[in-house]
Each structure stands twice: as C-alpha cells, then as structure tokens.
Design a binder for this molecule. Sequence first.
Ligand SMILES: [Zn+2]
Length: 435
Amino acid sequence: MTRRLILFAAVVSLLLFAAAQAFLFDFSGVVSIPKTEVSVAQNEPPAPVIYGIVTDSLEVRKGVVEPGETISTLLGDYNIGLSRVHALSEKAKDVYDLRRMRAKRPYTLLYARDASRTARYFIYEPNATEYVIYDLRDSLCVTLCQRRVDVVEREIIGQIRGSLYKSILNAGGSARLVDQLADIYAWRLDLNRVQPGDSFKLIFESRQIDGKTIADGQLKGAYIQHSGEPLYAIALDQGKGVTYFDQDGKSFKKAFLKEPVEFSRISSRYTQRRFHPVQRRFKPHLGTDYAARRGTPIRTVGDGVVVEASRSRGNGNYVKIRHDKTYTTQYLHMSKFAKGIRRGARVSMGQTIGYVGSTGLSTGPHLCYRFWKNGQQVDALKVKLPLAEPVREEYQDVFLAKKDSIIERMEAMDARQTRADLLAAHEAKSGQSSI
Ligand SMILES: [Zn+2]
C-alpha cells in the first residue's frame, strides 16, 4: 500500500515537473520565436550569427551577383537611396571598391524585419578566402575580412577506371593534383599509359575553410602501380625547394632540361647531311635548331661551368658549358649574353645564359643547340639523359624517415580501403537476400 502511494506521489511530482518545464519552455519560446523566423535561406537551419553579425532582428537574403547588377540595383529595393549608395561607394574605395564586384560571386543582404525593409549590411565575397562587410547603418563602414584557412593533409586512394585524370577526380582529388603528378612522373612513367588494373595513392596538403577544400596543394607522397610495378614519389627538400625521389632514393628528374628554349619550334634537326641555307652546300648539321623570336631567353639545360663565351664568324655569339666530365652543351647565334656569363662562370639548370639572335652564319633568329657526350657530338633529342643526383648523403636519414612514414600511411590506407570494400560487399549481399 505504501509502495503504491510512493509511486503515485512520484508520478504526480513528475507530471508537475513536466508541466512547469512546458510553461518555462513556452515562456522562453516567446523570446526565441524571432530566431526561428530568421532562417529565410531555403531549407537551412537557423543561423543567428552570420559573418559575425547577430541577425535576430534581421532578415537574410543570399544570392549571387547577376550580370549587369550593381550595388545600387541590389540595394534599391531595400530603402537605400542613391546618395547613400554614392557615399558608400566613396567610403569603400580604400577597402574594397564596389566597382570590382563581379557576376556569379555570392553576396548576403541583411535587412530590417519591419515594413521599411531597410538594408543594414551588405556582404560580398570576392573569393573563397575573403569577404567584405559593408555596414549600412548610421555611419557607413567597410571592412575586409579574411577567413581562417587551415592547411590539412589529405589522402586519396583509387583504382584506375578510365583515365588517370577521371580516376583521381572520382576519388576526391583535383586537376591540380593530376598536373603535379604529370610533372613529377614525366621522365619515369608515361601517365597516358596508366590502365585499368593500375592503382594510385596520394598524400597531399589541402587548404580548407570550415572543413571545405578550396585548393589542393603540394604532394607529400605519391604511389602509382603500373603493370604490377610500384613507383613511389617522396617529397624531399634538400635546401633548394621540394623535389621527388623514388623508394630507392633516385631522383625523378633528369640532370638536363629537355629544351634550351621555351615556347619555340624545332626548325632543323641533327643530321649527318643537310643542305646549308647560307653556304648552299650539303654538310652535316650536328645540332638542333630552335626557331624563336629575337631576344627569347636561352637557358642552360643543366648545372655547369661556362668554358667559352665568345664570338666566331660561323657561330656568332656563342656559349659553351661543361656540365661534368661526360657532358658539354653549346648555344649559338645569340643576340647577346646574359649578365655575368663569361668564361669560368658557374651556372645552374634553367638559368638564362643569353638571348636568341641571328649572329654568325644564320638566316634568321634561332638557337643552334649542340650536345657532346664523351667528346662526341650527338643528337640532343635522342641521347639518353642521365638522372639528376640521388638523395644527398647528409639527407639520407631525413629521406628514410619520410619514406617510412609515407609507406606506413599508405599501407594503412590500403587496410581501410579493404575494410570498406568488404563492408560494401557484405551490405550488397545482405540487401539482395532480403529482397
Ligand atoms: Zn644549327
């Protein structure tokens, strides 16, 4: 009997408590009603603070700038007169000029929740990382704000289905990653030949805002398995910027650039027999001619020492560079030498050594490029170029640590992928049996 009484009392007190809660909730509900009405944006949860602005007495309108739309057309419907728009434009010039607004960029308009519908704030996003707050209240005020950008490491893994490009995009990567891969692997693997059955794993930096990727950055490590052969690329900075090495510490780069002039066309190839346009007779052409505009920079294809920077009747202004005991290159018909290029000067790969001209026996502006291997003139386009130096001795430990960590992470990626595949297979199976 007493037990029932206690139970009854408990139930009653619970009910009373619940009623009190409901009353309280109602009471506070009255206060919070405007908050729920703020969510004008379609199907979005209430966002009482936008761009750091408390919006509880404001309506929110989000949109993108349409072609032809200006600040005066955008604010015209929100009780902001032309003179005020003009004053705002003047004030904005020093911070973010309103005339720089471009179509398709997002904006947000906050206006009073009353009959006047007066605009209070206009926020424009010129790019993913910045936004400008145009405060339209009493004293006009313009502020350019930076969003916080986080740099995080991301990983993707995938099988080749279709092209490498498509497969990487499907796995959540970007065109920028594909470009980087193409640059890194250029000498070692023809990525156009990657085929179904091949696979890839990538670890890279990614710039994010609020957890959303805005741009993929540098690759830290890559793995491509082609025809059963794995080829890792491990990023390493040996003090001169990041370069990539394979799992054996061999460079992905060649010791030489492919071409001494960018944006040029080959006008004459290396041959033992060519009709010479100036001398008008057949003779060997032991170089490769690149036609390019006068003044186009000529770069040394590799590190080395200038052994000649002089002028002769046939060669015009020319530079000869000794790269090591095996390789020497020569650059002819220059209009002039680059600053500092003289006998004995040290040069590094890609450095400008002179400019395209037509000095010496030449019919028009071009570079004649010559290549010696062990004292023999050879065809620069056919010679098998050596790889750049492997990981330097003093960086061996750093490299090995990086390599181990990347391989370990990639093995963990494999394990996760296998689990996910098994789970998916299991779910597909149980889904089928229930039908
Ligand atoms: Zn030539």
